[in-house]
Write a protein that binds this ligand. Structure first.
Ligand code: IVH
Length: 698
């Protein structure tokens, strides 16, 4: 449905072709509608990339037929509209927009540098321009006005000239100082982005899904962190805002009085940081286009592991004096550009809805998609989570849907475009029998998921159990991947875990597409996997609710497998992190004769580990303490810190509550740090953590 030049360009000069006029009219209608959904209601119906495509189509038509360009065209307005109910605020200094480079290759950076050099009158022999490169946060622009260091007003960007007063809402964001440290400025307007961290967003949606599963009416899951953050900031009720974990990064200035602003953008950000404002550490000062390209690539590679969404990077000429010399176009500065990354939300169509069976028998509806490039990879599957979610979103085969893939989260269908639905599309229903083995699928009370009751009779569960056991974090059998497991189970060669160790070279080599050499590699990998550790073995058994950290805690507490197998529920409850549900699950697992049999056979096949001395948690230095980790520590990875804490008997939790004893906060700590401060929980840095682990005062 793109602009078809041959049709329109063939129109005679003079009055525009009727077709072009019609399309322009339609694009006005569509863009006005979608801009309203996006800016005013914070509830877009189409992905940004689709909006941009329509916008560019209109721009192209207007360029080809200037007589069709009218003052009310969506291309003639930038930014949003003011929402009824919030008080308008006129910005002392307009809040500008920024030029965007949508070419996601290095060309984007090179073009910007070339333009800056040309406008500064620099020739080939002149030195490279110095740039400040930073991230383009995907949230909502906010102007914070501080008078004599005190936050007096917060406003949205609105149309750039007039925004909305959201002071009360912004005050609920713990990261935003209500008072700045040491400021000379009588007036200091700080500009930046309010956003929501991905983990905060996922946790919020998980809570929403639980509420919905529990029968709550009028609740919904949120589409993405950006809209959730924007919607929260523009809420009329600050109490509701406080329930949405928001974060903030400063990136610039508005009006300033009584302060001599540093000479470069990077120094300015350093100064804002020193005043107590959050500034993202992911920024560099660099020279010329090569430096920009390097930053774009480095951040592109890091994008998935950042704790928040970015939709690109921003390059700014570092010298404020050169910025002034370059000046502005109508709405954008000439000294800055946003260089995009591939969109994290795209439109595609649902070709089928399949139901997959997991290791624990959980049935997950998965949409099979027409391949689509989203978040930097080609996606063909997206989760619909469970029956309630699939029903609530009402995804049907043939539908056009928005797919989101951000970070390392599994791609998901976030919404359907109902107007694109084909007549006769059928409502999705969850099968009442397992699609793999035909056993009954049941949904337990208070549970959102259906489970296949087939257990190890179900080949899907058998396959998943083998893959779980063989994975790197369990006993690690290199080369035992999905394809091989499919062949082994479907061929009836392997049914249980011990069967793996009974595989002979001939049996393996006789499998289709298996060369002798690869068969020998599998045999070697199986042999190597026999020497393992108790936590890996325990985790590998796939006991429900026993993840890696619980397996470690069990091994530490009991020292030996037999002690775990024979432990009562009460004894299991002594282990840190083991509550009644987990204790019951472990106990039941080892009460079943067939599970004990599997363990015995594995031992008989030569699977072994070093057994240790029991070190009951109660005797460890941090026994009974709950610790939450947030942000990036200077030298320890989160995994390392967690491991050290658990070894000392502490429980490492995911969220901060009154029961938390310590929060260990590193760089870019988000809402968990705010929550800790709010509840008066002790906050440690890495040094404090190490002192605590050494048995001293933190
Ligand atoms: S500077 C005069 N820096 O991108 C330049 N903007 O249209 C003003 N944004 O919604 C913007 N990250 O909120 C700048 N590091 C960053 C940014 C950033 C995100 C947003 C901004 C606005 C849009 C620019």
């Amino acid at each position: 449905m793109s602009n078809t030049p041959d049709l329109f360009d063939a129109a005679p000069a003079g009055p525009a072709s009727g077709l072009a006029a019609e399309r322009v009219h339609e694009l006005h209608r569509l863009l006005h509608h979608h801009a309203h959904r996006y800016y005013v209601l914070d509830a877009p119906e189409i992905p940004d990339a689709e909006y941009d495509r329509l916008f560019r189509e209109l721009q192209a038509l207007e360029a080809a037929h200037p007589q069709l360009l009218t003052p009310d065209s969506p291309t003639q307005r930038v930014g949003g509209k003011v929402l009824d109910g919030l008080t308008p605020v006129r910005h002392a200094v307009p809040m500008l927009s920024i030029d965007t480079e949508t070419d996601t290759t290095e060309l984007g950076a090179q073009r910007f540098d070339a333009r800056v050099r040309r406008e500064l009158g620099l020739g080939e022999g002149d030195p490279p321009v110095e740039y400040a490169a930073e991230l383009k946060f995907d949230g909502l622009a906010i102007n914070l006005r501080y008078e004599r260091g005190v936050l007096v007003q917060a406003a949205t960007r609105g149309d750039g000239e007039t925004g909305e007063d959201v002071t009360q809402n912004i005050r609920t964001i713990g990261q935003i100082p209500l008072k700045l440290l040491d400021v000379e400025a009588t007036v200091l307007e700080v500009r930046g982005e309010v956003y929501m961290r991905r983990d905060d967003f996922e946790a919020l949606n998980a809570r929403q899904r639980e509420k919905i599963a529990g029968g709550a009416r009028g609740e919904k899951t949120f589409i993405n962190p950006r809209n959730t953050a924007a919607g929260a900031v523009r809420q009329l009720d600050p109490a509701l805002v406080a329930q949405r974990p928001l974060s903030f990064f400063a990136y610039g200035l508005g009006e300033v009085q009584g302060w001599s602003v540093p000479a470069t953008h990077s120094r300015l950000l350093d100064a804002l940081l020193a005043m107590g404002l959050p500034v993202c550490a992911e920024r560099v000062v660099t020279q010329g286009s090569a430096g920009l390209v390097a930053f774009h690539q480095a951040m592109g590679a890091k994008r998935d592991t950042l704790p928040f969404d970015i939709d690109g990077v921003v390059y700014k000429v570092n010298s404020l004096q050169l910025q002034q010399q370059l000046g502005f176009k109508t709405r954008e500065p000439r000294w800055a550009v946003a260089h995009k990354y591939p969109a994290q939300e795209m439109l595609t169509t649902v070709q089928a809805i399949e139901v997959q069976v997991g290791r624990t028998g959980k049935l997950t509806p998965v949409a099979k998609l027409a391949p689509v490039f989203v978040g930097g990879v080609t996606v063909t599957n997206a989760t619909l989570h469970n029956e309630d979610e699939a029903r609530r979103k009402d995804v049907r085969v043939g539908d056009t849907v928005i797919v989101r893939r951000a970070g390392d989260v599994i791609p998901e269908v976030v919404a359907v475009l109902p107007e694109k639905r084909q007549p006769g599309a059928e409502v999705f229903t969850m099968p009442r029998i397992c699609p793999v083995c035909g056993s009954a699928a049941v949904r337990e009370e208070d549970e959102a998921d259906y489970r296949c009751t087939g257990g190890l009779y179900c080949s899907a569960q058998r396959k998943q159990a083998l893959l779980h056991f063989a994975q790197r974090r369990a006993v690690e059998i290199e080369g035992l991947g999905e394809k091989l497991v499919d062949q082994l189970v479907d061929g009836g060669v392997v049914n249980t875990l011990p069967d793996l160790y009974r595989l002979g070279l001939t049996a393996l080599a006789s499998l289709e597409r298996m060369a002798d050499k690869s068969a020998q590699n599998v045999i070697d990998a199986l042999e190597a996997s026999k020497q393992t550790t108790l936590p890996r073995f325990l985790f590998g058994l796939g006991i429900r609710h026993v993840g890696e950290s619980t397996a470690k805690a069990l091994a530490r507490h009991f020292g030996q497998l037999d002690a775990i197998m024979d432990a009562s529920e009460d004894q299991l409850l002594q282990v840190p992190d083991v509550g009644p549900i987990v204790a019951q699950s472990i106990h039941t697992f080892f009460q079943q004769a067939h599970n004990r049999e599997v363990v015995e056979q594995l031992r008989a096949c030569g699977v072994r580990w070093e057994e240790g001395e029991p070190s009951p948690a109660a005797q460890l230095p941090l026994a009974g303490k709950t610790v939450v980790l947030t942000g990036t520590l200077p030298t320890l990875s989160r995994e390392q810190a967690k491991e050290m804490l658990e070894a000392a008997g502490a429980k490492v939790a995911g969220s901060v509550s009154k029961k938390t004893d310590y929060v260990v906060a590193g760089a870019e700590a988000g809402s968990k740090l705010d929550k800790a401060r709010e509840l008066g929980v002790a906050v440690l840095n890495q040094d404090g953590l190490l002192r605590l682990l050494a048995g001293g005062q933190p």
